[in-house]
Design a binder for this molecule. Structure first.
Ligand code: ASP
Length: 430
């Protein structure tokens, strides 16, 4: 770490020893400790005298989930406003970019839902559903969705956790602020600057609070796993294992889709794309953050894959802010998985609502670790799924986040390759 970073980051300097243990390791330690405690408390045959203690083990996970739900809407709002105010999107290329982003994300969600519908991972183990509230039956009502997309008050979506309304508000104000900024720049004014700075600071603030919550995830994992093992033994983990396999399979299928698109829609050879992008994929996997991988993605697209700077910038720097296909796929699969776990069938109409909200939730998911887990609460709310079941997913999110982040980055790179077109750099510029 450089001297400047050290002086500007007092949190790092003052961090206690346990915060210096990587989060993944903390979670793994929590898992091992939780399994031991769960076995000691009965492993499926709990002693009734321990009932209160076992129930209280779920408290950290409940608190973490409440905090994640509370942070979801402000995170989406400031992330979208921040991106719209600070990125540079040229006109026609911007429209092409939007179409590519939308198609890739829709395909990702369809792939996820397809795999989850075929493998039905939620039915592979018996998870106790006694504490669940039933899903309110909802059928697809396009006019209802359209009518509901406009909130009754500007701040209402923030309170109601309504992701579609929130994105409508965020996009409207973001586009207007962006327009005002361009007008002011053209007139040589800079009145927009304080607003841009405030939005930037608010974004940073929400991310820092989110980091506090994430720091508590090992406790949540410990509590929820210990409680589950104590009450139900290891059966529920069979279904979680099946869920991991299903998500990995869907992510691999999505990667195949990208390679096919690259092969037929750009001049880049898929193998060169894979080899050239490896540094970016590995950075994404090891940091769980496509924002952290962004500079590397931008760099390798130019130096190793050989794309033009403009295409690399549009996909890796601009698109990356909105394009989280791996996240969208994961959120849709999680909703379906939990509906299978609790034995509540999601109708086709409800799955369409899941598709729509997953698109919006992934657009709003910031490119930071666990952001997908935060916005997932909104997808669940949209179809009336109980969000307390996300606690189950917290136990595997540390790993699946890495995998979906690598796919998020691959999606950005695919968009860059497609924008670069069918003629290689040298031929075009010759
Ligand atoms: N960690 C992911 C990313 O940075 C977002 C997510 O949590 O899905 O792209």
């Amino acid at each position: 770490m450089s001297q400047t970073e050290r002086t500007t980051s007092p949190e790092t300097k003052a961090s206690p020893w346990w915060q210096r243990i990587p989060l993944t390791l903390q979670i793994l330690i929590a898992l091992v400790a939780a399994v031991s405690v769960g076995i000691a408390l009965g492993a499926g045959n709990p002693n009734p005298s321990n009932a209160a203690l076992i129930n209280n083990l779920a408290i950290p996970a409940e608190l973490v989930l409440k905090a994640l739900r509370a942070l979801a809407t402000p995170l989406i709002l400031v992330a979208v406003l921040h991106t719209l105010m600070t990125t540079n999107i040229p006109g026609t290329a911007g429209r092409r970019l939007a179409v590519l982003l939308l198609t890739n994300t829709t395909v990702a969600i369809l792939v996820g839902l397809f795999v989850a519908n075929v493998l039905r991972p939620g039915t592979w183990g018996n998870v106790n559903t006694s504490t669940t509230t039933a899903i309110t039956a909802q059928s697809l009502d396009p006019w209802g969705i359209l009518k509901d997309a406009v909130p009754e008050a500007v701040l209402k979506p923030l309170v109601d956790n309504n992701v579609i309304q929130l994105i409508v508000i965020a996009l409207s104000f973001g586009i207007v602020l962006r327009g005002l900024k361009s007008e002011q720049i053209a007139q040589g004014k800079n009145g927009f600057q304080p607003i841009e700075d405030v939005i930037g600071i608010l974004f940073e603030a929400v991310v820092r609070v989110l980091n506090w919550v994430i720091a508590l995830v090992p406790f949540a994992v410990f509590g929820i796993v210990a409680k589950t093992v104590a009450m139900q033994g290891f059966t529920p983990f069979k279904s979680l294992g099946a869920f991991i396999v299903a998500v990995l399979l869907a992510l691999v299928l999505q990667a195949c889709y990208y390679l096919t698109r690259v092969k037929f829609g750009s001049w880049v050879h898929p193998l060169k794309f894979l080899a050239g992008g490896s540094d970016a994929f590995l950075t994404a996997f090891s940091t769980s953050s496509s924002a952290a991988a962004m500079p590397i993605t931008f760099e390798v697209l130019q130096t190793k894959v050989g794309l033009r700077e403009s295409s690399a910038a549009l996909g890796a720097l601009v698109g990356a802010n909105f394009n989280n296909d791996g996240t969208a796929l994961y959120e849709a699969m999680s909703a379906l998985y939990i509906s299978q776990v609790i034995g509540q069938h999601l109708s086709l109409g409800q799955q369409l609502i899941v598709i729509l909200t997953s698109i919006f939730a992934s657009v709003g998911a910031a490119n930071i670790p666990n952001a997908g887990l935060v916005t997932m609460t909104l997808v669940f709310t949209s179809v009336g799924l109980p969000t307390q079941y996300i606690a189950l997913l917290v136990t595997v999110d540390w790993f699946l986040d890495r995998c979906r982040t690598a796919i998020n980055v691959m999606g950005d790179m695919t968009v860059s390759a497609l924008l670069d077109g069918k003629k290689p750099h040298s031929v075009d510029e010759a």
